[in-house]
Write a protein that binds this ligand. Sequence first.
Ligand SMILES: *Cc1c(COP(=O)(O)O)cnc(C)c1O
Length: 403
Amino acid sequence: MHETDKESEPKTRLAGAGDNTKLAHLGYSPSDYHGFVNPPVVHASTVLFPNARAMETRAQKYTYGTRGTPTTDALCEAIDALEGSAGTIIVPSGLAAVSVPFLSVLSAGDHALIVDSVYGPTRHFCNDMLKRLGISVDYYDPAIGGDIARLMKPNTKLVHTESPGSNTFEMQDISAISAAAHAGGAVVSMDNTWATPLYFKPLDHGVDISIHAATKYPAGHSDILLGTVSANAALWERVREGQITMGICGAPDDSYQVLRGLRTMGVRLAHHQESALNLARWLEQRPDVARVLHPALESFPGHAIWRRDFKGASGIFSIVLPAEGGAEAHRRKAHAFLDALRLFGLGWSWGGYESLAVHVHLGDRTVARGPTEGPVIRLQIGLEDVADLRADLEQAFQAAAAA
Ligand SMILES: *Cc1c(COP(=O)(O)O)cnc(C)c1O
């Protein structure tokens, strides 16, 4: 009998497969490297050529470390398959995954529209560097939908979305915004970090450039900084050219760790989702919580959009603690709550295995001003047992009430 090799091309093997099957097999063919299940971590600057002619014409797959290695390619292929993108670049942080495509598509004299519920450091980049480079920036209401057409100017070249928004989780009608932005000749980018490509696929909703802080769920263990930028066929060359021009590339060890993280991202996300929703529903019933800002709750203003467009919810949401008085009283209440937490750590970032809490600052908002009933506390729900997290929150509420 004729012996056949196992199919080495993951794309054909995985056609029609479910998300977790894809995550287990995407991005690398073991037969490419002696059968080892995982790709090699290639540390590289120099790549050698067999002769001067090949060197002159760069006639081989790899030419220099900044332009990719088998390790970064494995991650890019996996992300492309999840995003449905023409190409993906890897950059050293989630913030660089915002700044690199922005600088790739914008020029002096252009105008950019940025959602007001945007990730804070993205706002800082726009207000500081983009304005300094002669690019004007306006912030728009996340609920604007197709009415963004009214804000488009002849020189509007970029409409940036983030849904749900950072810290307050406002939902955006991405399809309506994309259609209006394209009608006005602008590129549409989306920071899709909250949902990951498992729960929302931006390019299927008209977005040109999908941005991720792979630092969060893809890495998943609070130990890696990395960003990915995935573009459709129309934008891919420009994004790639921008990355090469600026010399900004992700490191091999970090790329390897993120590919490793993807293998378990589906099961981790399912657990984050279930625990976070369980706690959100419990928190919503409490008199010591004024509001829960979680898109998967029926009570949330953007819930209909979430249900229409998203396949799931991740593990980060916010609560509003009711408080009298002004900013100082709100701060006192927030600090009493945070200082009483024992399992929840106080720290930035999210998407790791451990629970975190932070007192959210919304003072830089211009239109989407956020809740006013009291301080906003953002909770990242980790992989701990829900009963333990609930008990921790319970005693923090008691401490906040006594403060
Ligand atoms: C964390 C985060 C980023 C930035 O990621 P870093 O790797 O920390 O730079 C970008 N966008 C969103 C929505 C984030 O939450």
